[in-house]
Design a protein around this ligand. Structure first.
Ligand code: NAP
Length: 294
């Protein structure tokens, strides 16, 4: 990792993730100060060269860059909102998971206290931290990111998404939507094929090719969404809807759960009822960009 080694870093929160973050900073050579509510979790890091600050206020004072990674945003406020904590002049990188609204509110809160703020989302498990495999998303002022990029680079593959501090949280959940959708679709197919004695390992490479093939459609479909124009170049939504019926009927006939295809068929039916049957699949974005009707 490319990391400027002489910049002091403070890590607040030494759970599974916070310990991995502090360890990566230490390994990159940064003078690292740590603090955790349960002090014993700092022991291994102290043995590896970290300094354990006696209080949060002292940890914040230790250097210009403070990384916080605790369970949730209320814990962030509880720790950093204490009356003796002075955030003025500090750069705060909040890698705690939360919503985009929480991130934007935390940015306002930190700025009111004189801190510069970046919100982050960690798309990795603790053992990957410190390797290129660990993708860490940041959002907030670009100049703040650029200034600390060499230090934050110790954590993995770091990315700046834009000035809106809510972006990292939104990309994070968008990624989760993609992950679970692909996995659920794969499980549906695995269940269907299982009824004919085909095991999961046999189906997996076939499923992988379909997922990769569909992923290749995304840039073209994205252009249709951005243009708000959905000419049926390869297939009309009403054709897809007939195939969905087939998937539902097959699932029910072989005794497999049909909830998932029924859900996306219901969305397609609403779009067709609204007059979009002859347009291409991404026209369904109109179903996704409004709250569910009860
Ligand atoms: P964890 O092991 O449960 O650790 C939670 C940390 O938060 C501990 O340091 C805990 O202190 C501290 N904490 C919670 N409430 C507190 C409070 N009121 N006051 C002071 N400290 C408090 O969780 P983790 O896995 O490190 O996760 C930390 C953050 O990283 C979460 O937002 C999580 O979603 C995110 N994340 C984790 C992973 C992962 O794979 N682990 C991946 C991506 C993102 P104590 O030690 O004293 O309890």
């Amino acid at each position: 990792m490319d990391s400027k080694t002489d910049t002091p870093v403070t890590v607040i929160g030494l759970g599974l993730m916070g310990r991995a973050l502090a360890d990566a900073f230490l390994k990159a050579g940064h003078p690292t100060t740590v603090w955790n509510r349960t002090a014993a979790k700092a022991d291994a890091l102290v043995a590896a060269g970290a300094r354990h600050a006696p209080t949060v206020a002292d940890a914040v004072k230790a250097g210009p860059l403070v990384v916080v990674c605790v369970t949730d945003y209320p814990a962030v406020y509880e720790l950093l909102g204490a009356s003796d904590v002075d955030l003025d002049g500090t750069t705060l990188i909040n890698l705690t998971s939360g919503s985009s609204a929480q991130a934007r509110e935390a940015a306002r809160w930190a700025e009111q206290r004189g801190a510069r703020y970046l919100d982050g989302a960690i798309m990795a498990v603790p053992p990957a931290i410190g390797t290129a495999e660990a993708v860490i998303l940041h959002s907030g002022p670009q100049h703040v990111f650029q200034e600390h990029e060499p230090t934050l680079g110790a954590l993995g593959t770091i990315t700046h998404l834009g000035g809106d501090p809510g972006l990292a949280a939104l990309y994070d959940v968008a990624g989760l939507a993609m992950m679970w959708s692909v996995l659920n679709a794969w499980l549906q197919g695995t269940a269907l094929l299982g009824t004919a004695g085909v095991d999961a390992a046999t189906y997996a490479p076939f499923a992988q090719r379909i997922a990769t093939g569909v992923a290749e459609w995304l840039p073209g479909y994205a252009r249709q969404v951005d243009d708000g124009s959905f000419p049926a170049e390869v297939s009309a939504l009403e054709t897809d809807a007939r195939a969905m019926t087939h998937l539902i009927e097959e699932s029910e006939a072989v005794g497999v759960n049909a909830e998932l295809p029924m859900l996306f068929k219901a969305m397609a039916d609403r779009a067709i009822a609204a007059g979009h049957g002859k347009e291409q699949y991404p026209v369904l974005i109109e179903e996704f960009t409004k709250p569910r009707e009860n």
